[in-house]
Design a protein around this ligand. Sequence first.
Ligand SMILES: [Zn+2]
Length: 426
Amino acid sequence: MLKIFRASIMHTPQSPFAGGLLASYEDGALVIKNDEIIDLDDYAKIATKYPNAKTHSFKNSFILPGLIDTHVHYPQIPVIGAMGLRLLDWLEQRTLPAEAKLADRKIAKKQAKIFLKQLARNGTTTALVFGAHFATAMEEFFIQADKSKLRITAGLVLGDRLLHPDLYTSPQKAYSESKALIEKWHNKNRLRYAVTPRFSVSCSDEILAVCGKLLAEYPDLYFTTHINEQTEEIKLVKEQFGAPDYLETYEKHNLINERSILAHNVHPSDSELSRIARANAAVAHCPSSNMFIGSGLFNMLKHLEHRVKFGLGSDVGGGTGFSIFKEGLNSYQVQMLQQNQLDLGSSHLLYLASLAGAEALGLDTTVGSFEIGKKADFIVLKPKAKSTLAKNLKYSSSAEDSLASIFTLARADAIKDVFVSGESVL
Ligand SMILES: [Zn+2]
């Protein structure tokens, strides 16, 4: 059946970093057949072209692509807002104790449901989710993720040192538990599996070798972990492994390829950037987390110069919430604070929040923009009548202006509905 969704529509069909422009329709219409986008144009033209389609009109509303979160932790809602700690103390004192609670399957189930609902309520339709250290918690997470209908890539988190001991695995256990989850969940409906060592600090070479073995056995798996987040962490990794740099500890086990997504990369060397680019791996840029736990300012210009792909990540709970709009605003602010900063506009932020995330996760032929043939993943944004956003939008003189207001002021309360493959998931 044909459906028309009418509102003000914006998307970025090509990267604004490569000269792409914002595509906008003030009174636009998106035409959906089953789960796919089959047309997009001004409403007047669409109405004539498809006279028998059912029209859903959203007044004073915007339709944007579903937002994409390239790095977010399922067990970490309880630690959002844990102030006063940098990475290694933040992990030790607040985060690892919270993650240990997911040994209880009932707690894991409850948290999975809450977590997935929060993604959807914030307009996130696709996410690469950093999982839990317990196979039962991941089994429960995948059950709930499948029910949520969101596009989720996730995996069991692996580590065997410098964690709380109840989070430790062994190479044998890491292999057998991961394999069982992969066999059951990878490529089931909208789910995919990512091999997920926590970070080199908490992984022996034996655990990283198991990750390499899994990727070799299942070549279409994804891989995600953390890299170059804080200077103390980088120093520790170099000491532990006697490695020239952080990336080498993963490269050694063949973990870096075009399906690898590395979170943070706030302090990379030029050599690491060029090797990440050569492997066509991606980076998850998590600006609110980088500020909140004091990691530093992401060098976007260097990532662009080296042609490294990157999307936005909320990094809940180091990050300050689920809103990818807020991450877009924070990424803008982080660039403004740096010398030689990039001149970002709202179209760059929309690209980072949608198509760039899809490119990072290997989903850009499926979602991320409103090109014909892509799946109909989109959000309907309607500013609350008396909100600052509603008042501010009255002064907007262009689509770019309106989009800048949205990134600055729109949060979950402005999201009216969320669609994945043309179906509401709220
Ligand atoms: Zn993280």
